[in-house]
Design a protein around this ligand. Structure first.
Ligand code: WT7
Length: 668
């Protein structure tokens, strides 16, 4: 039977009380008593010698050759961690645990959305990863050559990533929610030689073809994809797939004929482990490139200490998709480097029912759960009665990631899921940082709902002013920056060192990484991250650029112009709102609206579709023709308009306001 948890009226009253009180939450004595880190000495140690601190953490991994120089910082922002060292990430995530006698430990309790189950031990991984690595070698993949991965949340995605790591082929994983067109583009710009995909995917009880759509996209392009030599296809969801002779091979056949022995080769510490495309301020996603030794050091240390992992007892559940950085670092590399046992769920949080996560926590006795605020808000909407039906008493720690968590969602998570006695770690980081940067340490920090609290040991984060980049007084808002480097820092943007420097280091110099978030530090020194300062929108923890969505929308032949903004949204944090001007030959209609949504789904993915499209005859522009998004945000959120005097034609705003009001009343 489930422990008594607050629901209904009693929960509302308690939430209101705690919100009003503005309480902070120290860890319980019990938690502190068994925590890996239970005092602040670790910060002093790292402050005194940050490089030495990270060296100590790197020694927890197995190196084929020790490094000569812990950090070469002679050419910022190109920092070289553990220079001269050689390491294999797949060896560290798999082989060494098997060698240590942990072969029978479960790496993944995999749960399918159709309720099928697979238990994957470290020995299983060891066998499968070697086969897959040899399968890739048999397809001609050499160290340094890129392998694309576009797979659903199935164990093969982990095997594929580790197989790439084993042979030094950087993987380029594309989230399953992206469209086939987005996949083809990412394969093209990363010069991928092989793509690993699935015949089909399960989507809330239905099977959808995947390979077929990828094919249509690739074959429909002029000259196809010149660098792509093979497509390796995992049979899934009972779907067959068209196979092109000589190019396409089935995963199961290729693995069956592969040599079972594939020793892990050592690679330089800075050998590229993966590329992950992520949205920036422009329409073109950036290929964020991560190295091996530094990244793995940061992933392993943070996974162990931010979540206070006891790998022999804990059961870890991260609800992210492997296609995002959270999945890379906290489903694959961090947990596996630490020999952890994880739950991996194939489906959506509301399928087959809205209590599936809680069912899985009860079934596999998860001790930790890591998810995004948007998911917590969805669960709030579904009601506290649902989780109350399950026994969640195995949980001892909760985590949040991806966007600022509003205090009410934090408190709900704490009371309803954590039963009031699990520390919550609100972890701030980015695709670029590779691993968590700002977060409570659960056995030490007084958590405050809504604050990610302090930079981790060995990390220097500051809030600075826009003009000079000097640290601002506490309590003042400014730009969040990271000084110097840290082990998991991106190496560069794939194939574009110049863009790397320009994007992150042109503002305050080459030793200060510009994050792109605004933040404030309170009187206690705790960080409150406010949100993006650039044209990046965070929809349900998914990062999108307004320019990317605009460029998709103007791809519709009837569209003359489009401006996209992120509008605050109670559910998803931010939502996409598009102002669209049609060519004069076209009248606005529901059909065109549906087509615009479809264009965005085809070009990027369904998750990028605008929540709201506002027809506009004209857009507010400065005299030089720049669209004033600030005013569009004011209008969309129904705020009083800011300064309009710099507009070329101030009458545009009055027209737009009328249009918004008319459309709103139509939509009821
Ligand atoms: C952006 C990075 C970190 C992995 C998933 C997202 C926002 C992330 C938090 C947090 C407030 C957060 C920031 C950041 N963000 N975590 N705990 N509190 N904001 O990675 O797609 O690279 O996005 O997500 O705005 O810059 P990403």
């Amino acid at each position: 039977m489930a422990a008594d948890r607050l629901v209904g009226e009693a929960l509302e009253v308690e939430l209101e009380r705690l919100l009003e009180e503005g309480a902070s939450f120290p860890p319980s004595q019990e938690f502190v008593g068994s925590a890996l880190i239970s005092d602040t000495a670790v910060w002093d140690r790292a402050d005194a010698d940050p490089v030495g601190f990270w060296e100590e953490q790197a020694r927890e991994l197995v190196w084929a050759k020790p490094w000569d120089t812990a950090l070469d910082d002679s050419n910022p922002p190109f920092y070289d961690w553990f220079k001269g060292g050689e390491i294999n990430a797949s060896y560290n995530c798999v082989d060494r645990h098997v060698e240590a006698g942990l072969g029978d430990r479960v790496a993944f309790h995999w749960h399918g959305e159709d309720n099928s189950q697979r238990t994957i031990t470290y020995s299983d991984l060891h066998r499968e990863v070697q086969l897959a690595a040899n399968a890739l070698k048999d397809l001609g993949v050499k160290p340094g050559e890129v392998v694309g991965i576009y797979l659903p949340m199935i164990p093969e995605v982990v095997v594929a990533m580790l197989a790439c790591a084993r042979i030094g082929a950087p993987h380029n994983v594309v989230f399953g929610g992206f469209s086939a067109q987005a996949v083809a583009e990412r394969m093209e710009v990363s010069d991928a030689k092989v793509l690993i995909t699935a015949s089909g995917a399960r989507r809330k009880g239905k099977a959808a073809p995947v390979k077929e759509q990828v094919d249509a996209e690739i074959n429909g392009r002029d000259g196809g994809l010149p660098s792509l030599e093979h497509i390796l296809v995992v049979k899934h969801a009972g779907q067959d797939a068209p196979m092109l002779d000589g190019r396409d091979v089935w995963w199961h056949e290729q693995l069956q004929s592969a040599d079972p022995d594939c020793p892990a080769e050592p690679f330089d510490a800075d050998h590229p482990l993966f590329i992950l495309y992520s949205s920036g301020s422009t329409a073109k996603p950036k290929g964020i490139l991560h190295g091996t030794g530094g990244y793995l050091t940061g992933a392993a240390w943070t996974h162990k200490h931010v979540f206070d992992l006891k790998a022999d007892k804990d059961v870890w559940f991260c609800s992210a998709d492997v296609g995002w950085i959270t999945g890379h670092t906290y489903i694959v590399y961090g947990p596996l480097a630490n020999a952890a046992t994880s739950i991996m769920y194939e489906g959506a949080p509301d399928y087959p029912h809205q209590g599936i996560w809680w069912e899985l926590i009860e079934k596999y006795k998860a001790t930790m759960f890591y998810t995004a605020p948007t998911a917590i808000r969805a669960c709030m909407k579904w009601g506290a009665e649902l989780p109350a039906k399950y026994d969640l008493s195995s949980l001892r720690l909760l985590g949040s990631v991806g966007e600022p968590i509003n205090p009410k969602a934090w408190l709900w998570y704490h009371l309803v899921i954590g039963g009031g006695n699990c520390p919550i770690v609100d972890t701030w980081w980015q695709t670029e940082t590779g691993h968590i940067m700002i977060s409570p340490l659960p056995g030490v920090t007084n958590a405050k709902p809504g604050s990610a609290t302090r930079p981790l040991p060995g990390i220097r984060a500051e809030v600075v002013d826009e003009a000079e980049g000097n640290e601002v007084e506490r309590g003042r808002q400014g730009l969040l920056v990271l000084r110097g480097s840290w082990p998991g820092m991106l190496k560069t943007l794939y194939g574009d060192d110049e863009l790397f420097i320009q994007t992150y280091f042109s503002r305050f110099g080459k030793e200060t990484y510009l994050v792109g978030d605004a933040a404030r530090q309170d009187a206690d020194g705790d960080m409150w991250v406010i949100g993006r300062i650039d044209d990046v929108v965070n929809v349900s923890g998914h990062r999108l650029s307004t320019a990317e969505v605009e460029s998709a929308i103007v791809g519709h032949p009837a569209v003359a112009e489009a401006a996209v903004i992120g509008q605050s949204d109670e559910q998803s944090g931010q939502a996409i709102c598009a102002f669209v001007t049609l060519e004069s030959s076209h009248a606005t209609s529901d059909e065109i609206m549906a087509e615009i949504n479809q264009v965005v789904a085809d070009r990027i993915g369904k998750f990028a579709r605008p929540k709201r499209i506002i027809w506009s005859d004209d857009l507010p522009k400065t005299r030089s023709g720049k669209i004033m998004r600030r005013l569009l945000r004011d209008i969309a959120e129904g705020r009083a308009l800011g300064d309009v005097t710099t507009l070329r034609d101030p009458a545009v705003m009055a027209e737009l306001e009328k249009q918004v009001a008319a459309q709103a009343s139509e939509e009821g």
